[in-house]
Design a binder for this molecule. Sequence first.
Ligand code: FAD
Length: 305
Amino acid sequence: MQKTIETEVAVIGGATAGLAAALTLGRSMRNAIVFDTGSPRNKPAAHAHNLFTRDGTPPAELLRIAREQLVLYPTVQIEQAAITSARAEHGRFTLQADNGHTYHAQRVIIATGVKDELPAIPGVAELWGNKLFHCPYCHGWEVKDLPVALFGNGEMAYEFTRLLYHLNKDLVICTNGPATFTEEQRKSLARRNVTVLEETVEKVEDAPGGILITFSNGTVLHKSAAYIKTNIVYHTELAVQLGCELTEQGGIKVNAQCETSVQGVLAAGDVAGGTPQQVSAAAAGGHLAGAMCNNLLAKEEFEKE
Ligand SMILES: Cc1cc2nc3c(=O)[nH]c(=O)nc-3n(C[C@H](O)[C@H](O)[C@H](O)COP(=O)(O)OP(=O)(O)OC[C@H]3O[C@@H](n4cnc5c(N)ncnc54)[C@H](O)[C@@H]3O)c2cc1C
């Protein structure tokens, strides 16, 4: 049976940022419902690194602990459901979920994360997160001083190379088509023996000690790992429905307190524009968004009495 359910705070997205928000809300005795579809960005990775006190913990284990600790706080509920639409009306928010129910909330925290669009090269999706990486802070130590490739091109790839070169001197850039580096950048890369390969990449395969990269001209390279500059797609559909402004890059525009341009709607984690896209930053953002919701509600209640 379809129901209409009231809550003080609806948290959309129940991975790091959403569960961190829920913890702060639970400890503040706020009724909160967390909605989650179970696809955190780092799901394919075996370990989460660069994480204060939890370096190397599997991502699923971090979320398991977070959920387990939330059981202590009876005002928090987790719903395995997707929010499919959102609208603001009469000073509150109405959310439609794919479980058939409608939810009314006084405040909304959007913690829906982002999606990495991978290049359409056979084998990339299968190796993503384990031998194909996006970030040296997350995975750089594990492959430092080893031969690695970078899939990317132009300014972004050049900037990224500066960062990688500090950890990997044996570096090849696969542009998968004509390179778009400036003459100066080409010379700079050549001076450092960073090879640029413009041939089309046909496939990437798992191999003992690394990966095999096969090019259309038949060349096959063995590398320990590769980095990919992905196209990042922000999950902002609901924020847009609520009228939130976005940043130029496509994230949700927030101020230093995680507030969006729409009163009563906050955003945290990767989906919030300008937030460092790391687990610890997502957790910090979630706690802050949770605290801000509680502050605003407490102030409102206090002034009403
Ligand atoms: C391969 C890979 C490895 C990484 N490794 C590391 C690492 O080692 N260390 C590190 O610090 N960072 C790492 N990151 C970055 C890290 O994954 C993100 O910074 C972090 O996951 C952001 O957390 P979040 O809660 O904002 O978003 P997410 O973790 O992406 O969670 C968003 C959640 O919202 C849910 N959701 C989305 N839309 C809806 C909806 N409409 N209704 C209900 N639920 C919804 C999703 O299912 C998901 O569970 C890695 C990223 C990638 C791609």
